[in-house]
Ligand binder design. Structure first.
Ligand code: ADP
Length: 408
């Protein structure tokens, strides 16, 4: 016994839906939908129109492939076309005898040398929003459209609406992504230009100020010291910029050397004792194995560790504690800097490693800094194939840890 026609059409519809789910390319998806519409409604041609926001009229985005280029330039008016009525009313329209019907927009027929005899058009709806119109023309054998035809066309139209919506979302995501890349490039260029332009005048200020400091009277000496300290601070900022820029441009190279961890940590910690003392913070270190030697780029890891200690001292109040700990755990070196300072809010804990990210707004912040220290520390750790992260209980201190694989 032959299968009932309706069941056969539903099977085809299911088959087509499965096929649609395998592609993300909008043009071919819509093409498949119009071909399926022509086949299942058994008519000459099908097409899809969507709104052109600029001209507030409809335009074709899918149709018979051999005529689509001719159809695309047409703007179909919303107020004097069948597709326009379907779009604005979000309801289907069936014209069994479209030959003389004044509602049909004839310009396309004329251009394509085509005659619309009958037409069925349904809205493409996604979440209550009409996104376009799917229409099929000239049912074969001069037959009339029936309710099944409407149902099938509506099913295909909702698939087309989803495809269109996905494509729009994808486009928006792509645009946002490209903007982000562009912004990132501008940031990198800004850093490169600023550090380059600042270096020469800063070198001159430091050189001349050092010379004047040597010959200055006691009274002038303290003022020269202020100039020198400020210039040194500017030099540090320029160096931070250079570190970021070198990493970004791929100029930074690793120079791995066997490094005694005890000596290395002690040296870095000692360089901060003066600052810790001034703030009345107890700065100490703990290295579990005195003879532990690891291959690393001591200059780069020194910058990373210094940035962590600098932060711990900055964000810890007077009489606080900062502890630097280093230990070998299986085949990796763990270095952590813990403090009992102000802590880091949970919402910021991942973001603090981004360039220029600071927890406090730059307008109201009480601490200095550029928001670069941790991003540099992360770059340095990652260059060693390591990882860095932060843990904190807001208000009760933080622990920043980096782990480097010990390469043999
Ligand atoms: P900055 O130059 O602002 O210190 P960083 O990249 O070094 O930049 O740090 C980013 C932000 O992370 C800081 O502005 C600060 O808000 C937060 N932060 C970093 N370390 C600590 C810490 N030990 N305790 C509290 N907050 C910290």
């Amino acid at each position: 016994m032959a299968k009932p026609d309706y069941t056969h059409r539903l099977e085809r519809l299911l088959e087509i839906s499965r096929k649609l789910n395998t592609s993300l390319v909008l043009e071919s998806l819509l093409q498949t939908i119009t071909e399926a519409a022509s086949e299942l409604v058994d008519c000459d041609d099908s097409s899809i129109l969507t709104i052109d926001e600029e001209t507030k009229s409809l335009h074709f985005i899918a149709g018979p492939w051999f005529e689509l280029d001719l159809m695309k330039p047409f703007r179909v008016p919303l107020d004097s076309s069948v597709a326009g009525w379907v779009f604005t009313h979000a309801q289907p329209v069936v014209l069994q005898d479209a030959g003389q019907d004044a509602r049909v927009f004839r310009a396309v027929d004329k251009a394509l040398n085509f005659e619309t005899g009958s037409i069925i058009a349904v809205p493409m709806i996604f979440k209550d929003q009409t996104m376009g119109v799917l229409e099929a023309v000239n049912k074969k054998g001069n037959l009339s459209y029936n309710n099944e035809d409407i149902l099938i066309l509506e099913t295909l139209a909702s698939q087309a609406a989803v495809a269109l919506q996905n494509a729009r979302l994808l486009e928006k995501t792509q645009e946002a992504y490209e903007q982000m890349i562009e912004l990132d490039r501008m940031k990198t260029d800004f850093i490169a230009i600023t550090s380059h332009e600042l270096r020469t005048p800063l070198g001159l200020i430091l050189g001349h100020a050092t010379f004047l400091r040597e010959t200055a009277s006691d009274e002038q000496a303290s003022q020269m010291d202020v100039i020198l300290r400020s210039a040194m601070r500017l030099k540090e900022i320029v160096e931070e910029f250079s570190n970021v820029e070198n990493f970004k441009s791929g100029m930074a190279r690793l120079h791995l050397r066997p490094t005694n961890i005890q000596h290395f940590i002690q040296e870095v910690v000692d360089s901060f004792q003066e600052i810790a003392h001034q703030k009345d913070i107890a700065l100490s270190y703990d290295v579990t194995r005195a003879n532990l030697t690891v291959g690393l780029d001591a200059e780069k890891i020194g910058v990373a560790l210094s940035n962590l200690i600098k932060n711990a001292l900055t964000y810890t109040n007077t009489e606080g504690h900062v502890l630097v700990k280093a230990e070998a755990v299986r085949s990796s070196l763990w270095v952590s800097v813990s403090d009992d300072g102000i802590g880091i809010p949970a919402k910021d804990i991942k973001k603090i490693f981004e360039r220029f990210y600071q927890v406090e707004s730059h307008l109201t912040r009480r601490h200095g800094g550029m928001g670069l220290g941790l991003s540099i520390a992360r770059n340095m750790a990652e260059m060693h194939d390591g990882r860095i992260w932060a843990e904190s209980v807001d208000g009760h201190g933080s622990r920043l840890t980096f782990v480097l694989p010990i390469k043999r």
